[in-house]
Design a protein around this ligand. Structure first.
Ligand code: FSO
Ligand code: SF4
Length: 572
């Protein structure tokens, strides 16, 4: 077996992982994930036709959403989960196909006059069978793990031979994976939008269509950005309606002396249920990595046993989970292969998984998940070891910043704030990411960093001071809260009566790692933001021609060194 994956920033050699993922994904796991993606595309072929006849199957929508989410970098390393999903997917494909036909749908594909093979076949009087005309993903079937495995090695990224078409198809799929993640969180809070599912399925099916050329795919990629904005807006609504608007908050980064549960990932519904079930249990709850912003929500702040944030971004978890001593709950990516020293204290839930790690299943009949085993385990653990102390400040999502708008506008008008730097995105283990710490340190003192996502851990513990009471690092929240940064930018554009968002004194220096950052980028492009700098390296999945399209049309660029980049940003 030989995998090929280039979906994240750590793709081996800047090209792609071929033997084993840098993330720890094995070749057979990677290929099983490829087969699952192939199945979601096949289901989409029928589902988009069924939608046109008014048939929407929610199980299909949710299956596709969760399947895509589970293949995001560092989300799920449990091969048996993917095998089960492939089996379920094949059943669902059959169901939606039958629903489509019973609604009056036909499987006859209109002949394509521009296809030479079809012309020859029709001259010869040979008819295509339906199976031949439909993409293979819609018709292939097997029911044994061996057959899955044989097929899996033929349906991956490299099965598209043209490198530009491959690049655009993958860019589209990664953007849709990002949408799937955000939509899944909104769904957990009871929010959903049919149009977004519809687009995801249209995009997936489009990657099977050999009649689509590069221009068609570029158009779909840009449309993906629009649905990315919609998904983030929906999640913002779900989060703020459920838990209130994030507010300026000081978060403790030290430890208390009771046993603790460390909750990581992005899912706020899991956070809520865990806080409720641990209340009065004698166990403290700490956030980790992307769960830090939970501390900013009024609904969570009321729990006195939510005592702060422990540790840093995802990639330091091997050492930090060890020193935490207590139980750890991963609600989403990023999980890394666990060390034996804490594997028995680690739990996954939702789409996250790792073979040999205990998984908390969904609650039955709409009931909350049951965290009692995890809480019982936590009670027997030692209190966390202190690795740092003090406080960090955050909670600057759109509502809070807009409440401070007068102060911010005054500071810009008086020249106290010369420029904002959007430094949202992800952190990662590459040494080259020290660039972002140095960049934050070297920025002129009259600049403010707007951040979201785990990228913040590169500079959120530096003492960068404030400008007239406005902290120089404004953390809006999780990567999906990059949406907040756009709302803030649009508000400033309105206040300053500008025609174009690009006239604002805002520069974009974004760090990316996985596919949620891809949708954040496409969303920014959709909103008209130009000249975004992306690092620490440009995506391996951008072919030279596709990269050129992004550079020529949107001014996308990489990074160089801190001094030159700061000069360039400050003079533009
Ligand atoms: Fe980071 Fe991981 Fe939130 Fe990502 S924790 S890297 S873009 O999953 O989603 O920012
Ligand atoms: Fe490699 Fe990233 Fe794919 Fe993992 S997710 S296999 S590190 S490209």
């Amino acid at each position: 077996m030989s995998m090929f994956c280039y979906q994240c920033q750590e793709a081996a050699g800047g090209k792609g992982c071929t033997v084993k993922g840098v993330c720890g994904k094995t070749s057979d796991l990677a290929e099983t994930q490829d087969l699952l993606i192939f199945i979601t595309k096949g289901i989409s072929v029928y589902s988009i036709r069924a939608r046109k006849l008014g048939v929407v199957n929610k199980d299909v929508d949710n299956f596709i959403m969760e399947s895509l989410f589970s293949t995001i970098t560092n989300a799920n390393f449990d091969k048996k989960v993917f095998i089960q999903r492939i089996k379920l997917g094949l059943q669902l494909r059959d169901t939606i196909k039958k629903q489509y036909i019973s609604a009056g749908g036909s499987l006859d594909i209109p002949r394509d006059a521009s296809n030479w093979l079809e012309k020859v076949m029709s001259i010869l009087g040979t008819k295509y069978t339906v199976e031949e005309a439909l993409p293979e993903a819609a018709t292939w079937f097997a029911d044994t793990v061996d057959a899955f495995s044989e097929k899996a090695s033929t349906v991956g990224v490299l099965s598209t031979k043209d490198e530009d078409i491959r690049s655009l198809r993958e860019l589209l799929v990664y953007g849709i994976k990002g949408i799937a993640a955000y939509l899944a969180h909104a769904f957990n809070l009871g929010y959903s939008e049919e149009n977004i599912h519809g687009f995801m399925q249209k995009g997936l099916a489009a990657t099977l269509d050999n009649n689509l050329d590069a221009n068609d795919l570029v158009a779909l990629v840009l449309e993906c950005g629009k649905f990315g904005v919609d998904a983030m807006a929906l999640l913002d609504k779900a989060n703020t309606t459920s838990y209130g608007n994030p507010e300026m908050t000081k978060v403790n980064i030290g430890v208390k002396n009771r046993p603790g549960i460390l909750i990581s990932g992005h899912d706020l519904k899991d956070m809520e249920e865990l806080l409720k079930q641990t209340e009065g249990s004698g166990v403290d709850v700490y956030t980790h990595s992307e769960m830090l912003p939970a501390n900013y929500y009024p609904a969570f702040k009321k729990y006195s046993h939510l005592v702060g944030n422990y540790g840093n971004a995802w990639w330091k978890q091997n050492e930090e989970f060890e020193s935490f001593n207590g139980v750890i709950l991963m609600t989403t990516n990023c999980i890394v292969p666990p060390k034996a020293s804490y594997k028995d204290r680690l739990y996954t839930t939702g789409v996250t998984g790792f073979s040999g790690v205990k998984h908390i299943p969904e609650g039955k009949n709409g009931m909350p998940k049951d965290y009692s085993a995890l809480i019982a385990k936590a009670k027997k653990c030692k209190a966390p070891k202190e690795i740092e102390k003090g406080e960090i400040i955050g909670g600057f999502a759109h509502n809070q910043v807009i409440a401070l708008a007068d102060k911010v506008v005054e500071a810009v008008k008086s020249g106290a704030i010369k420029r904002f730097f959007v430094m949202a995105g992800c952190d990662g283990r590459m040494k080259s990411r020290d660039y972002y710490t140095d960049f934050a340190k070297e920025l002129p003192k009259d600049t403010v960093i707007l951040t979201a996502g785990c990228a913040k851990y590169k500079y959120n513990k530096l003492d960068l001071g404030d400008i007239a009471g406005i902290p120089r690092v404004l953390d809006a929240g999780q990567c999906n809260d990059s949406y907040s940064l756009v709302v803030i930018a649009l508000k400033l554009k309105e206040v300053f009566e500008l025609d174009d968002i690009n006239e604002l004194p805002i520069s974009y220096n974004i760090a990316w790692y996985e596919q949620k950052a891809v949708i954040v980028l496409l969303a920014l492009l959709h909103l008209g933001v130009k000249n975004i700098h992306l690092g620490p390296t440009l995506p391996a999945f951008l072919s030279p021609n596709v990269a050129k399209i992004l550079i020529d049309n949107f001014g996308i660029a990489g990074i160089s060194n801190v001094d030159d980049d700061i000069k360039m940003f400050m003079t533009n």
